[in-house]
Design a protein around this ligand. Structure first.
Ligand SMILES: Cc1cc2nc3c(=O)[nH]c(=O)nc-3n(C[C@H](O)[C@H](O)[C@H](O)COP(=O)(O)OP(=O)(O)OC[C@H]3O[C@@H](n4cnc5c(N)ncnc54)[C@H](O)[C@@H]3O)c2cc1C
Length: 383
């Protein structure tokens, strides 16, 4: 059998693109190295897949070219995907901040994509790894089970995180082979490892905070871990963090500490006990307990120092917890190399890249899956 297009990778982007192209009458083959398609979808969102966000725009993504995502996000929106989820009668709910999750199981999203592929007569081969690609008059795709030819090749091999469920660097290898630029990759949406003082004794404690670095700020929970910090605010800020920059934490989530402490100067409570009304007692004790005085006894300088630590706690992180704990990969195939409309390579006609393999990384909150759907849809219109 011959195919109009071969899609390498049966993850979110690959399956969605294949179903869309199949619906448009193309004969499409998806090749997936895992025994099962969509494994990352299954583990996502704690097993409930945060499949999109109610409000998605290009500002929710990190890329060398912040405009690249606009066209694809406008052509296939989060509302379009929600309609598909509804059509398949998958119950969902908004957890917070527009984040839409399956009510029952992320497996339903995989089943939905497989059903869409089936209806569109897409052929899916699992347990088959693509090892090499050559280009003559068409693409020759060498797998561990033989060679298949196709005029169009869609690379949907994802990023590097969670290698244990199938992630490979194969997409970057293909890009390099054809002379396409790659923006340096690194783990993101990932816990950070502290340098210097450890807060191991606070592991498991979370605080609602505002976390900022490099002019970006996120208001969400931080979670102390054995080696550093995690929680949604830290995962989100990791998209913007680099080793050279400190991370600032506002433990009072925007309440101005110097005003709060000054107004309560006449209280006889010790600082740590007073703060336990605003932040978890364990955190108040650990950060302010050692030399805590009654507020009424504190000097102006003491109040100012405590206020600084509450609103501008400056931390240095030495590293991330790496690809094993990262939800996504920052960087990837440069968007300069592709048409933002079709996702086809400008240098190599017939070669497409979609999904996380590209240098487009979403925030925490369903944006990365929306990128898989939107980029997959855009490419499918052209293949
Ligand atoms: C634990 C975890 C939780 C997450 N939760 C969310 C969430 O709730 N919401 C959200 O928006 N995002 C979430 N993400 C991110 C999201 O899963 C990814 O951004 C998304 O899956 C990317 O889709 P993709 O199709 O580009 O890549 P993937 O889904 O990773 O698919 C790539 C596929 O290519 C296959 N492959 C690779 N190399 C080859 C080869 N040589 N031959 C054949 N097949 C190959 C892989 O096995 C894989 O199945 C999460 C990620 C992780 C790790």
């Amino acid at each position: 059998m011959t195919f109009d297009a071969i899609v390498i990778g049966g993850g979110a982007a690959g399956l969605f693109c294949a179903a869309e192209a199949g619906r448009r009458g193309k004969r499409v083959l998806v090749i997936e190295r895992n025994a099962q398609v969509g494994r990352k979808i299954i583990v996502s969102g704690g097993g409930r897949c945060n499949f999109t966000n109610r409000s998605v725009n290009a500002e929710n993504f990190v890329s060398e070219n912040p405009h690249f995502a606009k066209s694809a996000l406008a052509r296939y929106t989060s509302q379009d995907f929600v309609e598909l989820v509804r059509k398949h009668q998958i119950a969902y709910y908004e957890k917070k901040l527009g984040q839409l999750f399956c009510r029952e199981s992320s497996k339903q999203i995989v089943e939905m994509l497989i059903a869409e592929c089936r209806d569109a007569k897409v052929r899916i081969v699992t347990g088959c790894s693509v090892e090499r690609v050559e280009r003559g008059t068409s693409f020759s795709v060498k797998t561990d089970q033989g060679t298949i030819e196709s005029e169009r090749l869609v690379v949907a091999t994802g990023g590097l995180s969670f290698a244990k469920i199938g992630a490979t660097d194969f997409g970057y290898q293909i890009a390099r082979q054809f002379g396409l630029k790659i923006i340096e990759t690194r783990p993101s949406l990932v816990p950070l490892v502290l340098s210097g003082e450890s807060f191991r004794d606070l592991a498991g404690v979370s605080v609602d905070a505002i976390v900022s670095t490099d002019g970006k700020d996120v208001r969400e929970n931080i979670l102390f871990t054995h080696r550093g910090m995690s929680g949604p605010a830290i995962l989100q800020i990791s998209n913007y963090w680099d080793k050279s920059r400190p991370v600032l934490i506002d433990l009072l989530g925007g309440v101005e500490a110097s005003g709060l402490l000054s107004e309560n100067r006449n209280t006889s409570k010790r600082l740590d006990n007073f703060l336990a009304g605003y932040i978890p007692a364990k955190v108040a004790d650990r950060l302010f307990g050692k030399s805590a005085q009654r507020l009424s006894d504190m000097s102006d300088a003491g109040i100012a120092a405590a206020a600084r630590r509450l609103n501008h706690w400056e931390l240095r992180f030495k590293d991330t917890e790496g690809y094993d704990k990262a939800e996504v990969t920052l960087g990837g195939v440069s968007t300069d190399e592709l048409s933002s409309k079709t996702f086809e390579s400008k240098k190599v006609p017939g070669l497409f890249f979609i999904g996380e393999v590209l240098d487009v990384t979403g925030w925490l909150g369903g944006y990365n899956f929306q990128w898989a759907w939107s980029s997959g849809y855009a490419a499918a219109q052209d293949i």
